[in-house]
Design a protein around this ligand. Structure first.
Ligand SMILES: Cc1cc2nc3c(=O)[nH]c(=O)nc-3n(C[C@H](O)[C@H](O)[C@H](O)COP(=O)(O)OP(=O)(O)OC[C@H]3O[C@@H](n4cnc5c(N)ncnc54)[C@H](O)[C@@H]3O)c2cc1C
Length: 393
């Protein structure tokens, strides 16, 4: 399939929700409506943990967990992987456990990430793997390394163990020929993450882009960073382009500690740099592969236009669109239906351990944050459409 982008209609809810039954849609409507009211999950991780201790695990599992997560382990994600694959959408297994920052946990997380690489190897339904550096290296240590602070002997050894885990994951990804995203995190630890990722990319991206860094365009310095990376590299580059997930935290810390806010002055500036980054990467597509990690319709449309201008096929392996499971299905399903490469982050892990991830989804989908209106109105449109059309499924 190689359709013109003008034929992709994100407002087509019939395509967007074809994978959901009437009952499933009603359930999702109830869930998104519930985010409007203060509840256990919107009150944050401590209250959600209390809910689990009180025996509400199944309630959470059958509602918000089911909407946003694939399962409790890789095995139980298979149903979701198959369901997405039936619509030509790839899965990115995202081990979303945010636990105690201990060496044991880092080793366990590293072992789990290696398992996601095994699951992805040779499996076209799982086109990428992903990990967060804070899952395998202590946050405070990444902060020290980003500040170029001096380390004690003990910290030097700890750092080396973390670097070994990081490099083991990237080497294994190359060995298994699985492309891997390194997620971007808070600006005050990102410098250390960038350096680790750049070195890994230099080592493993000699024949194609295997290790992908993530660029947050809500930071005013990132477009320049991206451009400098592209100028300097004689190897292949991979970038996941996102706007950024930690805006409030970033702004608050900058005010409290009295340094220049790393975030763009307004949303329009983030949007402008995001689209500029897409353009710059597409113009250097000979050595740059990208994944547009976004729920923004304009940016997704703009990327389709850039591809058309450059006469790239919709299915060009160097360009992917990606959304989170349970969100923006109208973008994912309409793009894949038109022949573009699409994948979804499919978070997984024990219910209790993915609570921080779920509470972020709940608060971002509340009416205060604004996303709720988007998701809910699409679901309501499809419910109405099915009623009028007399769809019984
Ligand atoms: C597949 C995928 C992978 C992701 N990986 C990462 C990751 O590794 N690291 C990470 O940090 N995030 C990641 N994200 C989250 C992402 O950064 C955004 O938070 C989220 O996708 C919302 O942005 P958007 O592009 O979808 O669109 P929109 O809804 O159009 O934009 C919302 C975003 O715009 C920015 N913004 C909003 N208001 C302002 C303002 N006043 N001034 C400046 N900027 C503003 C913020 O970044 C906000 O999140 C990922 C998202 C997806 C879909």
């Amino acid at each position: 399939m190689n359709m013109q982008n003008s034929l992709v209609e994100f407002s087509n809810t019939e395509v967007a929700f074809a994978h959901m039954s009437n009952a499933g849609l009603s359930k999702a409507r109830l869930l998104f409506r519930s985010f409007n009211f203060p509840g256990l999950l919107t009150l944050g991780p401590p209250m959600a943990s209390v809910a689990i201790a009180l025996g509400f695990k199944n309630l959470i599992k059958n509602t918000i967990f089911e909407q946003f997560c694939g399962g409790e382990d890789i095995e139980t994600c298979n149903k979701t992987i198959d369901r997405l694959a039936a619509s030509r959408i790839g899965t990115i297994l995202d081990y979303s456990v945010e636990g105690e920052q201990s060496e044991d946990n880092f080793n366990a997380t590293c072992a789990e990430i290696l398992k996601t690489i095994v699951a992805a190897a040779g499996n076209s339904h799982i086109p990428f793997s992903v990990f967060k550096t804070t899952g395998i290296i202590r946050f405070a240590l990444l902060e020290k390394m980003s500040k170029h602070a001096s380390l004690s002997e003990q910290e030097k050894e700890e750092w080396q163990r973390g670097v070994d885990r990081f490099n083991k994951i990237c080497s294994y990804a190359e060995e298994k020929q699985v492309r891997i995203f390194v997620d971007a995190e808070e600006s005050w630890i990102q410098d250390a993450i960038d350096r680790l990722t750049e070195e890994a990319a230099r080592r493993h991206n000699t024949k194609s882009a295997i290790v992908f860094n993530t660029i947050q365009l809500y930071r005013h310095d990132r477009l320049e960073y991206l451009k400098s990376q592209i100028v300097d590299a004689t190897w292949f580059l991979g970038f996941k382009l996102v706007r950024g997930a930690y805006m409030e935290k970033e702004r608050k810390r900058a005010v409290e500690m009295g340094y220049q806010d790393p975030i763009q002055p307004d949303k329009a500036a983030s949007d402008r740099d995001y689209n500029e980054a897409l353009k710059h990467c597409v113009h250097h597509i000979e050595k740059v592969s990208i994944c547009a990690g976004t729920h923004n319709e304009n940016s997704s449309r703009y990327l389709m236009e850039l591809m058309e201008e450059k006469q790239l096929k919709c299915s060009d392996e160097r360009i992917w669109f990606s959304q989170l499971l349970g969100m923006s299905d109208h973008i994912s399903y309409n793009l894949s239906n038109a022949g573009y490469n699409v994948c979804k982050y499919v978070p997984y892990g024990p219910v209790k351990a993915v609570i921080p991830y779920l509470t972020r989804r709940a608060s971002e989908n509340s009416s205060v944050a604004g996303q709720m209106g988007r998701e809910l109105s699409l679901i309501e449109t499809e419910i109405k459409r099915r009623k009028i059309a007399g769809v019984k499924a």
